[in-house]
Design a protein around this ligand. Structure first.
Ligand code: GBH
Length: 499
């Protein structure tokens, strides 16, 4: 009898202890950072105020309004240049730990070159930073989010290696002026999206169609530019706030269309995410081997005397390796991938070895490329952790688009399921994710989709000259997540909803 009682007490004790100490997989780890993200051209407006110079996006949208779904542009956008105090108030209401925004190069350097510094432009960012700090929010500064000065584009833009020098001069000025107050920097946002959509498919500025060789060259120069900016910060400015700096890469998820086709998943990863990531985060550096041999073979087959993927000298390989304190990950959606043979009539450059498709059962967002697949998020976090020795990962963009409405339960459902997947990657799989940021604080200029696709936690009325901001339901949801540092089941909603 006594021993039975003892057993009961012991068992209850074990239960209680397990309950108290068990990892609560719906709570964020200690010191985890939560934020929201934006970019200069998409929100600032004031395109020709404060002596700002012309950027490629000003030029592209003014010259080619037909490339933008609603013929619009970022001339006014959310007018955040004038309304930044209101934006910070909203951020303060959310109580985010950080706010990621980008700097417009041509606002600070109207000629593009570092010969003339525009004090008025600089003051805008200094005021924004002061306002954030006064509200207890860390500024997270992206140096370059696709909007370089138009003058450099006339000289070839990212296909001209001089861009490495020009952007380094600009970065040095930003660091000199802002690094005393800024702890978090991102160098470049999503090089491959800009290189592919801006220099090959004409979806984004500068709207060139240079084929794969142009994309290879653009990536080559952006990779070098990133490394140079990192070294400048590391050697000359890190000491100011013992800050941290890294690159931001868009890595979509990849699930095998046919069970066990891990080759397709890996090939997809190396050709997208690995292209830049391998050179920076792997132990060996350089472009992924599979990509080097694949492109070399394709180039040879097509009769070119050398591979169209430019070579990185061993000096550059060493110089680039290790130049990111964190893996900045932008993630929205997932593809099904399969290995496909090259067809006879296919041009060499149209063949990468993998084909992407979508599962028709996946719920969709307003953007045609965005499907809701939270398991793909967990998968890609794991892939990055495995490939690069578990680096600190900052999720710097994750979000969902719709076309209207402040009652945005589909956005809540998306964000909830994606954060849940991320927390599983942390707790169940041991991945080192340290920060998460929602794209975006406000509805904004969604590049070639203009104002037709909305990603904001806050609705913006773009026909109102005052650009009235109205919090959506998702803002309340995120506020609750931040306040409780937890995903609360009371918000859990059915995820399978189509629009
Ligand atoms: C981010 O990039 C950007 O950093 C941010 O500025 C942007 O507002 C946000 O996404 C939402 O789009 O299928 O041919 O139509 C996300 C990168 C954008 C890359 C869409 C692939 C698909 C082009 N992705 N793009 S297509």
């Amino acid at each position: 009898m006594a021993s039975y009682l003892f057993l009961r007490v012991a068992v209850s004790f074990i239960f209680i202890v397990t309950y108290i100490f068990a990892t609560d997989t719906s709570s964020f780890p200690k010191n985890f950072l939560l934020g929201t993200s934006s970019s200069a051209y998409q929100i600032e407006g004031a395109w020709n105020e404060s002596d700002k110079g012309e950027s490629i996006w000003d030029w592209w949208t003014h010259e080619n309004p037909n490339f933008i779904s609603d013929g619009s542009n970022g001339d006014v956008a959310c007018d955040s240049f004038h309304k930044y105090k209101e934006d910070v108030k909203l951020l303060n209401d959310l109580k985010v730990d950080f706010y990621r925004f980008s700097i417009s190069w041509s606002r600070i350097l109207p000629t593009g070159y570092a010969n003339v510094i525009n004090q008025e432009g600089l003051n805008y960012y200094k005021n924004l930073i002061d306002e954030l700090l006064a509200n207890g929010i860390e500024p997270f500064v992206t140096l370059y989010h696709w909007d370089h000065p138009e003058i450099f584009e006339r000289m070839g833009g990212w296909t001209n290696e001089m861009m490495v020098e020009w952007i380094s001069d600009y970065a040095r000025i930003v660091f000199k002026e802002l690094s005393p107050k800024v702890k978090y920097f991102a160098t470049l946002n999503e090089p491959n999206v800009l290189c592919e959509e801006g220099y090959e498919t004409k979806i984004k500025a500068p709207g060139k169609n240079l084929g794969s060789p142009g994309v290879f060259l653009c990536m080559h120069n952006m990779l070098k530019a990133h490394a140079k900016i990192y070294h400048i910060y590391d050697e000359e400015f890190r000491k100011h706030r013992n800050g941290t700096i890294g690159i931001v890469l868009p890595c979509s998820g990849a699930l095998p269309k046919y069970l066990n086709d891990t080759a397709a998943v890996d090939m997809h990863f190396q050709f997208k995410c690995g292209w830049i990531a391998h050179a920076i985060f792997s132990n060996t550096g350089d472009y992924p081997q599979i990509m080097k041999s694949h492109v070399a073979e394709n180039s040879k087959l097509a009769g070119y005397p050398r591979s169209l993927l430019p070579e990185l000298s061993s000096e550059w390989v060493q110089y680039i390796k290790g130049t990111s304190d964190f893996f900045g990950l932008n993630h929205y959606s997932t593809w099904l991938v399969e290995t496909v043979p090259r067809t006879k009539e296919q041009e060499w450059y149209a063949y990468s070895g993998v084909k992407e498709s979508r599962d028709p059962s996946w719920p969709k967002a307003a953007s045609k490329w965005l499907n809701v697949v939270p398991s793909g998020f967990r998968e890609i976090i794991n892939k990055i952790a495995r490939e690069y020795d578990n680096p600190p990962i900052y999720i710097l963009e994750n979000g969902f688009s719709d076309r209207c409405c402040t009652f945005d339960y589909l956005r809540i459902s998306y964000l909830h399921s994606y954060i849940k997947a991320m927390l599983l990657a942390i707790y169940e799989d041991g991945c080192n994710v340290q920060a998460y940021s929602v794209w975006s604080l406000l509805d904004n200029f969604e590049w070639s989709a203009g104002y037709t696709e909305r990603f904001g936690l806050i609705h913006v009325n773009f026909t109102d000259s005052n650009r009235k901001r109205t919090p959506k339901w998702s803002m309340d949801w995120y506020k609750d997540v931040i306040a409780t540092r937890k995903l609360n089941f009371t918000w859990e909603l059915p995820t399978i909803i189509h629009i």
